[in-house]
Structure formats: C-alpha cells, structure tokens
Design a protein around this ligand. Structure first.
Ligand code: APR
Length: 247
C-alpha cells in the first residue's frame, strides 16, 4: 500500500522493523521552539541554570518557572502532520514500529502514537526528588505563581520528570534492544548534538549482520549527517505525510 509516496519516499517491506527517533524539530511546526535555534529555548536561559542537577540545587524556583512556562506552551499547542504521519505508520505496521522521542511534550501521544518512550522525560509528569515510592505522577499544574516549590508527602521537594544534562536517559535497555533488531532507522528533527541519541545511528551501523537503512529528515543537516544512508531535506510536517511507501 502506498500512502501518497513522494520521490523521496521510504519503502517499508513486510519484514521491516522501523525505529524512529524524534527531536525538537518535529514539534517546531506545532509552534514549540527548538533548543538550538537563534530564537531557541535556551535563548535567555543558561542551560546550566535550568537543566542540570546543579541548577536545580542552586535555584529550584527558576527551574520550576522554566518548566511551568513550557507546560503552558505545550498545552496550547497541537500535534502537526508529522506527528500524525508517524501515528498512522504505526497503525499500518503495528508492533514492527517503535518510537523514541527526545521531546518532553505529549504531542506524539495526542496524535495517537502508542509504542513510544520519552528518553528525556515528560513535561506533564512530576516526581519526588527522593525515592519515596510515590515517585512519578501525572501533573498538569504550573508552579510559576507559587512562592515555594511543591513538596512531596515524604517532605522532599518535587521536581519535573525531566532528564537533565548529567543524568542518565530513560529506557536505555529497551532502546538498545529495539535498535539492535530494527532494519530501518528514521531520525527526524534533531541536531545530533546530544548523546546518546546522536549515537543511535552509529549503533545501528556498527551492529553485526545486515546493516539497517538509516534516514534523516529535517531542514538542515545534523552534526552526524555522514552516518546516514540518506538525508531527506525538508520540514517534518511537509515531508513525513507523503514519505512512507508500505509494500
Ligand atoms: N522539521 C524537522 N526538523 C526541524 C524543523 C522542522 N519543521 N525545524 C527545525 N528542525 C530541526 C533543526 O534543523 C535542528 O536540527 O530540528 C533540530 C532541532 O535541534 P535542537 O534544537 O538541537 O533539538 P534536539 O536535537 O531535539 O535537542 C536534543 O538536547 O537540549 C537538549 O534535552 C534537550 O531533547 C533535547 C536534546
């Protein structure tokens, strides 16, 4: 079956297993800023102050302000055609599809994606900074207007469920297993600046046996462009909806 496949289409056979990695670029057309654009999210904020354990220790109120603002922006945004295209692909090929996102927004879920992991955490979850057992929970509140940061029943501070620089990304065992068995790795909208995500294409290339076909989709070449079989230039929302040719 062909879904309006374009000249830049990617053929997916009945035996292919597809691993997709997405970054901030896939949410750009939903109005969410990326990180490293000139007008990007880090503009106006030092990464160290809002996205490191040290920044959290030094000024937790500022950290909560930053993520509260991001919660508001994400709540006001909607999934775009690229999110829907990936959800549709999953519907077509079922459990042969796996999605790993670096994004902390919930636009993939809202578009209908099911088999996905958020390796850098989730904006709409909060957790206790201690290991009290009431750890990760759904949370759509903003704490911007609060004078004090929220406190867990155990007395410890509550923190955003976000993986900060210097912390270990989530779900790495599952991610490695999925890369090991995929035959097609598609990366969308990430600059290739942050590891380990930037290494996934190298992991797929380095494994024994048949190499996976690897594709990158985005308006600019990522830093790791040389590692891909093919770079498909374009904005995700315009490119993905007509890209998959399911055989
Ligand atoms: N479609 C596809 N890609 C796009 C689009 C678009 N419409 N618009 C921008 N891009 C691309 C940019 O060309 C850039 O390569 O998205 C990429 C965004 O890169 P970054 O801002 O570096 O974001 P990302 O790679 O997701 O950052 C990785 O770093 O800051 C940390 O934890 C944070 O998850 C984040 C990680």
């Amino acid at each position: 079956m062909t879904i309006n496949a374009s000249p830049e289409s990617i053929e997916i056979s009945a035996s292919d297993r597809v691993f997709v990695l997405t970054g901030a670029g896939i949410s750009a057309e939903s109005g969410l800023r990326t990180f490293r654009d000139s007008n990007g999210l880090w503009a106006g904020y030092q990464v160290e102050t809002v996205a490191t354990p040290e920044g959290w220790d030094a000024n937790p109120e500022l950290v909560w302000q930053f993520y509260s603002q991001r919660r508001r922006e994400a709540q006001e945004s909607q999934p775009n055609a690229a999110h829907y295209a990936l959800a549709e692909l999953e519907k077509r090929i079922g459990e042969r599809f796996f999605l790993c996102t670096q994004n902390v927004d919930d636009l993939h879920e809202r578009a209908g994606s099911k088999n996905l992991v958020h390796m850098h955490g989730e904006l709409f979850k909060t957790r206790c900074e201690a290991k009290c057992g009431a750890c990760v929970f759904e949370d759509r509140d903003s704490y911007n207007s609060m004078r004090e940061i929220p406190i867990c029943a155990c007395g410890a501070r509550l923190r955003p469920h976000i993986v900060w620089f210097g912390e270990i990304p989530l779900e790495m065992v599952r991610i490695q297993q999925e890369i090991a068995r995929c035959s097609l790795l598609l990366v969308v909208g990430t600059s290739g600046a942050v590891h380990p995500a930037a290494s996934f294409v190298h992991w797929a290339n380095a494994r024994r046996g048949t190499r996976a076909r690897t594709f990158y989709v985005g308006p600019e070449e990522p830093l790791n462009a040389n590692a891909f079989t093919r770079i498909i230039p374009g904005r995700a929302g315009e490119t993905l909806p007509c890209m998959f040719k399911i055989l």
